[in-house]
Design a protein around this ligand. Structure first.
Ligand SMILES: Nc1ncnc2c1ncn2[C@@H]1O[C@H](COP(=O)(O)OP(=O)(O)OP(=O)(O)O)[C@@H](O)[C@H]1O
Length: 970
């Protein structure tokens, strides 16, 4: 009986180093030397001597994979077949009927009893180590090499075992550097590639002609059984998968791999079931076509460039009490805000403001700039003798870009003035009737906080709103306020203040002290600094030597600021709107994840699921999206598909029906909020407060909340769509990791957009690559029907698509969202156009991330029509009122302005288009969707002008200037 003979084979001559130089020669030599082997039978069998009999194989040519020899007693294993494929010729006695697939041994037993048992000849399948090493050498990508370096035991990537994958996944949870450790993505990619290689080998093998034994094995069974079926669990898992995948579309099954972690476990648990019949298999792949070669692309490690981030110290250790503030103020801060220590920007700014200096302050997000101006402001006001009174009117004016920021700043100042009851703070943020706002202004507000539009409106229409006695003017988020759109109103306010003061008969007016603050500095801020500030002191909180020189200077010098702005980071020339220092909080972990367009929605869902799993009770996140329509659609979709939250009464019945099934929603218990500029003020206020107070929730928002918003327990910021400027990037991610806390921010990029990382690196922003598959893994344990990560992802996508098919309204929302996104995508600034290029981006694939199955050309034109004006609390006007027409024009102009600066881009684009029109016969446009006239760009052109990406934040919500005559002055 020779059935269960197993052999330990040692190949002594290991010509590994030489092989690298001359693999063929070395292999020949080795083969000659290894003509004789010592074998040891497992069960204490006596030694036998074996002579290797090899058939000469063509050198270095891949051989067919199957290998059974008719007289073999055991089918060969795949590892044997792969080994022999690279074994070169060897000199030995040949055997006429030997297969060119197998090593053949002529064994002569050293002792007579063994020979009698074994017979004269038998065949062996042998795997020799050097051959395997040689095989794994060619075509290794950099990512593989990096991963392999870490894995000291340099095993080939073929056939990753279940344990290997599980171990790697576990160790991935806290990666030190995702670029160096093998990530689930690495493993997955390695598997995909290995599978592809193997398939190719199989195909080649089939073409070259399978051995007769193979043919017999295939035809003799008569059943659709795979040629390599074995009792090995890994093998059965594979065959099981093939049968399961046969339910789905080919695209899907070809991408499906023996997957990682849970997948293999699931498969291994039920190998029998998988083998029995594909029809009874509980694992299903929905026909989505979600995965293709692009996901392998997405897994490419981009690597990191050497970037020296700008550092900033947050806390200095000095106490508030050292500032010489009123004891009430110190105690109040401790009691109401638990603040005892100064942040470094506060330490640098407060003494200067107390001395009456104008300041221009740049310090990173969450470093306490609000208190840096508010604390000395209140201190100086409370000191004044005689005490200030309500009737003194507005003594301090704080201008901020958004209504939420007005609310937040107002609440903080309310706390600061608590000990000083005679100081009255107030806010103008819309939502209230004009009448009641006027009434409050008339009564007297000493510290007024507002958005530019609303303030200008009252300046023009409310007689009691006087700024003659103004002592403090503060522009928080100064760079945003000076962007096109806000800039006009801010200038109007500044000019009105100067005019009123100049016309005032009282020549004893106190000096007007000005403060400009932001985490980012732009050329517009420079201009305004030159325009309005009197010898300001520039305070930059970074630890950079370049700015340290400026800090020491007394007074503002234009050249000094310019010198700072020109500080070269040594990474090449680059011009963008942000010209100053950019610093990211040290405790903020930045990462980006490359996600194929089709997978975006699924990847977002799985990221959120992963985070909720990690801390179900305490998870607060913001997801930034580019347009209001996107926010609306994703809010409804994610709520319905993933939380089964009832969104309106009509869904009530559906909900109770669906409650019967035991399908647990992916994000059960998680609450989604939405916030954008097209919501009514009441809604916005409610949402902002709701989000601040909730324990576990996600806010989907436009850039309305990109600036200044301080919700300390936000753990994660997701940029689902990329920002249009680096400044926006810095402010968005700055919503987390505030005041020394920890936080994370993830940026989603399509493979075609990955170069944005290099752009950030040029700005000295260090960002690590994350792993999409680490997110997708979360879906698998939650999906009973899926056996692989890909199946789980496809099932989820299928769920989104089904929901859309069944719900006309949601479908419409999705189309609108997609169209608005497409317009947004065409308005990137010139510098970023090569990266975010509407011509390169695959619109059809992106449409899938909106759960749309149709081609964009089918629905885009229909949904590109301008939408109705967003709700405001404007006074009503009659149909033919010329005032209304004016208002509409003004509204249209303003609605095209988004908080991320679309106006600028819109004008660039329109300007570009005009220029082209001015040059008849000139070359076609090179950028933007207006040019070209062919393919996608002509399609984009058919959508008409871009508008209404976001509602402008600076819109006052009040009637326009022309209406003033007909209104009663207060
Ligand atoms: N001295 C301090 N000690 C501890 N916490 C502080 C201190 N000063 C401010 N904070 C807290 O830090 C957080 C961020 O403050 P603030 O909103 O003023 O930052 P910022 O610099 O204006 O950020 P952004 O640029 O995003 O507007 C707030 O929650 C605030 O209460």
């Amino acid at each position: 009986m020779v059935d269960n003979i197993s052999l330990n084979v040692t190949v002594k001559p290991s010509a590994r180093i030489k092989q690298q130089k001359a693999p063929l020669q070395a292999a020949k030599k080795r083969a000659q030397k290894s003509e004789e082997f010592d074998f040891q039978f497992n069960a204490g069998k006596p030694k036998v001597k074996a002579t290797v009999v090899r058939r000469r194989a063509p050198p270095l040519k891949a051989a067919p994979t199957t290998s059974a020899v008719s007289s073999a007693t055991k089918p060969p294993t795949p590892s044997v077949s792969s080994t022999k494929s690279t074994v070169p010729a060897a000199s030995a006695a040949t055997k006429a009927n030997a297969s060119n697939e197998d090593l053949m041994f002529n064994v002569s037993a050293s002792k007579p009893p063994v020979k009698s048992v074994l017979g004269d000849d038998f065949m062996l399948n042998v795997t020799t180590k050097p051959v395997v090493v040689q095989k794994a050498k060619p075509k290794i990508t950099r990512a593989e090499r990096l991963g392999r370096k870490q894995r000291q035991q340099a095993k080939p990537l073929t056939k990753l075992s279940e344990e290997q994958i599980t171990r790697a996944l576990k160790s991935h949870r806290k990666p030190k550097n995702p670029n160096q450790l093998p990530t689930p993505g690495d493993l997955f990619r390695a598997q995909l590639e290995e599978e592809r290689r193997q398939r190719r080998r199989e195909e080649e093998g089939a073409e070259e002609g399978a051995s007769e034994e193979e043919k017999q094995a295939k035809s003799g069974e008569g059943a659709p059984k795979k040629p390599h079926q074995s009792s090995d669990s890994e093998e059965s898992a594979e065959s099981g998968e093939e049968s399961a995948a046969s339910d789905g579309e080919p695209d899907e099954s070809s991408a499906a791999s023996p997957a990682a972690g849970e997948a293999s476990k699931k498969a291994a648990k039920k190998p029998q079931k998988a083998e029995e019949s594909s029809a009874t298999n509980r694992f299903r792949t929905k026909k989505i076509g979600l995965f293709d070669q692009s996901d392998v692309e997405a897994l490419k490690q981009l690597g990191q460039r050497a970037v020296k981030p700008v550092k900033e110290t947050i806390f200095t250790g000095s106490k508030i009490s050292t500032l010489g503030l009123h004891p009430h103020a110190v105690k109040n801060l401790e009691d109401l805000l638990s603040i005892r220590e100064l942040t470094s920007v506060q330490q640098k700014t407060i003494p200067e403001v107390l001395q009456g200096k104008d300041v221009l302050v740049r310090s990173q997000t969450g470093s306490g700039k609000t208190l840096a101006y508010a604390l000395p402001l209140v201190e100086l006001l409370q000191k004044q003798q005689p005490r200030i009174q309500r009737k003194d009117g507005v003594l301090a004016l704080v201008i901020v870009p958004t209504r939420e920021l007005v609310m937040q700043t107002y609440e903080l100042i309310q706390k600061l003035v608590k000990p000083y009851t005679w100081i009255v703070p107030g806010s103008l943020l819309g939502g209230e009737s004009r009448k009641s706002e006027k009434a409050r202004l008339r009564k007297g507000i000493n510290i007024l906080i507002g958005t530019p539009g609303r303030l200008v409106d009252h300046l023009l229409h409310t007689a009691s709103f006087k700024l003659t006695k103004l002592q403090f003017l503060i522009l928080d988020e100064a760079d945003r306020l000076l962007e096109l759109g806000y800039e006009r109103d801010v200038k109007q306010l500044v000019e009105a203040i100067d005019k009123q003061r100049a016309e005032c008969e009282d020549k004893q007016l106190p000096q007007l002290q000005r403060m400009l603050l932001s985490a980012t500095l732009t050329s517009q801020v420079q201009q305004l600094a030159g325009l309005t500030l009197k010898d300001p002191l520039y305070i930059d909180n970074s630890d950079e030597a370049a700015s340290a020189a400026l800090k020491g200077k007394d007074g503002y010098q234009k050249e000094s600021i310019e010198a700072l702005l020109e500080v070269d980071d040594g990474l090449g020339e680059y011009q963008e709107d942000v010209t100053g220092v950019l610093s990211i909080p040290e405790n903020l972990q930045l990462s980006y994840v490359v996600v194929p367009p089709k997978l975006r929605l699924v990847a977002l869902s799985s990221l959120l699921a992963k985070e909720v799993d990690a801390s179900p009770k305490q998870f607060k996140a913001i997801v930034f999206m580019s347009t209001t329509e996107m926010v609306n659609f994703h809010h409804d979709m994610l709520n319905e598909a993933l939380t089964r939250r009832v969104l309106d009464e009509e869904d009530e019945q559906e909900k109770s029906d669906s409650d019967d099934d035991d399908d647990v929603p992916l994000l059960q218990g998680l609450r989604f909020f939405k916030l954008h500029g097209s919501m009514t003020q009441t809604e916005r206020q409610g949402v902002f407060r709701g989000f601040r107070d909730c324990a576990s929730c996600v806010l989907l928002a436009t850039d309305v909340v990109g600036r200044g918003i301080d919700v300390p327990d936000i753990k994660l910021v997701v940029q689902y769509t990329p920002p249009q400027t680096t400044a926006d990037f810095v402010h968005r991610v700055g919503r987390t990791a505030r005041a020394g806390r920890k936080g994370r921010a993830v940026l989603f990029l399509a493979p075609s957009e990955a170069q944005f990382v290099r752009h950030l690196e040029k700005k000295r922003i260090r960002i690590q690559q994350g792993d999409m598959y680490a997110y997708l893994q979360t879906l698998l344990p939650k999906d009973d029907e899926a056996r692989t990560v890909q199946e789980a992802a496809s099932n989820l996508q299928h769920k989104f698509q089904t929901l859309l098919e069944d719900d006309r309204e949601l479908h419409d929302k999705s189309c609108k969202a997609f169209v608005s996104w497409m317009k947004f995508y065409s308005t990137f600034p010139k510098e970023l156009k090569p990266i975010f290029n509407v011509r390169i981006a695959h619109m059809g694939h992106f449409a899938k991330s909106f759960a749309l199955k149709e081609a964009p050309s089918k629905f885009a034109a229909q949904h590109a029509a301008p939408k109705a004006a967003p709700p405001t609390n404007r006074l009503t006007y009659t149909e033919r009122d010329p005032e209304k027409i004016q208002a509409q024009k003004r509204a249209k102009r303003r609605f095209t302005t988004t908080v991320s600066g679309e106006v600028r881009q819109l004008q660039q684009r329109d300007g570009g288009a005009q220029n082209q029109h001015q040059k008849p016969g000139g070359p076609p446009s090179k950028g933007g969707f207006m040019g070209g006239g062919v393919g996608r760009s002509s399609f984009m052109k058919s959508l008409g002008k871009s508008r209404a990406l976001n509602m402008s934040e600076f819109d006052s919500g009040l009637p326009p200037e022309g209406a003033a005559k007909r209104r009663k002055q207060a």
